[in-house]
Ligand binder design. Structure first.
Ligand SMILES: *Cc1c(COP(=O)(O)O)cnc(C)c1O
Length: 389
């Protein structure tokens, strides 16, 4: 099916931060499967885990335990400090699971309250309910009727949230950095204020860490940088390192599902869980996250230098989730095309997240040298785009 325009390249092989197309041209990849390839392309740790698990057990089925699913649930609980874990296959499914927990909480603790407050320009996935939850402009109106039970407030403003809270409110759901919006960060005081409002009114705080989690922002989970403890955290993208997975992590007190309320044929899939365990093994190694922070700073400093050299905007983000703001005269899609098709022997893949925001989400294993090269290639692309005609 035709889902939208794509570049003509057909990618056939990857290694670390590099991606080759069928013509044999190589690209330094700062998209990485849309921020999913935590360890870069074809990491041996995941290849080995998948090969080993494929030879042992692909899936036992949702009605049985399997070893990798149990190990992953325990690992995620230990690493996050949350008590219980549901493992699904996508970020959207994880967010759906979080809303299910919240509505169950509302039935039992808040007299049937069911409405979730989310934020303008947020992105929570593409299921019908998550399209309604997302604050991406126009998104909820594509497939009417929209799923009810979601209201949107402006991001980074506490007063409208306070006003929106009513007897039917059950939870507040947010991204700490809105990735699809072009890496727009929440203010720590705003997030702390939301936590206080939730405590005051008996609401649940759901943090969507599908994009920000698993080291992407320099800590295992981004919320630890904001000084709050969520009731529910959702994961996806980077957790699988390129393999489809999603997870809901929650406090014991909010896990009130009755048998049969939640599930899915592929939930806790053994093969996928083995890959996620391999990712966590690497990310939890001492020094790994300090390296992400250091390279994140290197990337941000380099982007700031490019910005002043080319007269561009601010640099946003944390860790290795970054965006460069562009002036109205320079469309991010143009820069991304120029970067991909640079005349030299290699191209650069970057993401035009918004018309005036260029997003970079390289592998967490990218080297100093590769960041240096990335900045050089982006510089060349910007020269091409800003050259007077
Ligand atoms: C990508 C993303 C999702 C959706 O994840 P899928 O795996 O595509 O369903 C949800 N929330 C955020 C913040 C995301 O970045």
């Amino acid at each position: 099916m035709r889902l939208g325009p794509r570049p003509p390249n057909v990618f056939v092989r990857g290694q670390g931060s590099w991606l080759w197309d069928a013509q044999g041209r190589r690209h330094l990849d700062a998209v990485q499967g849309w921020a999913v390839n935590t360890l870069g392309h074809a990491p041996p740790q995941i290849a080995q885990a998948l090969a080993r698990q494929a030879g042992l057990l692909l899936q036992a089925g949702p009605g049985f335990h399997n070893a990798p699913a149990l190990a992953l649930a325990e690992r995620l609980a230990a690493l996050s400090g949350l008590d219980r874990v549901f493992i699904g296959t996508s970020g959207a499914e994880a967010n759906e699971g979080a809303v299910k927990l919240a509505r169950k909480w509302g039935q039992q603790q808040r007299g049937g309250a069911a409405t979730v407050i989310s934020f303008s320009h947020s992105f929570h996935g593409r299921t019908l309910a998550m399209m309604a939850a997302s604050g991406k402009p126009g998104f909820g109106a594509i497939f009417p009727p929209a799923v009810p039970g979601f209201v949107h407030c402006p991001y980074n403003q506490l007063a409208p949230v306070r006003e929106a809270i009513g007897p039917d409110t059950v939870a507040v759901m947010l991204e700490l950095l809105q990735g699809e919006a072009g890496v727009v960060a929440a203010e720590p005081a705003f997030v702390q204020g939301l936590r206080a409002l939730c405590d005051e009114h008996g609401l649940l705080l759901i943090v969507d860490e599908v994009q920000t989690g698993i080291g992407r922002c320099g800590t295992l989970l981004a919320h630890t940088q904001f000084g709050i403890t969520p009731d529910i955290v959702t994961l996806g993208k980077g957790l699988g390192g390129g393999v489809p997975i999603g997870a809901v992590l929650a406090r014991e007190a909010v896990c009130r599902l009755a048998p049969g309320d939640q599930g899915g044929t592929y939930h806790g899939n053994a093969l996928v869980c083995a890959a996620a365990l391999a990712v966590l093994e690497v990310v939890a190694q001492p020094g790994f996250l300090a390296g992400v922070q250091a390279r994140g700073e290197q990337l941000a400093a380099g982007l700031r230098a490019l910005s002043s050299r080319h007269g561009l905007g601010a640099v946003h983000g944390r860790g290795l989730l970054r965006a460069l703001a562009l002036p109205p005269t320079l469309a991010s899609g143009l820069v991304a095309d120029a970067a991909r098709t640079l005349p030299g022997d290699c191209g650069l893949l970057v993401n035009p997240a918004q018309p005036q925001r260029l997003r970079l989400m390289p592998a967490l294993t990218i080297s100093d040298g590769e960041i240096h090269q990335l900045l050089q290639l982006l510089d060349e692309a910007l020269v091409v785009c800003t050259r007077p005609v």
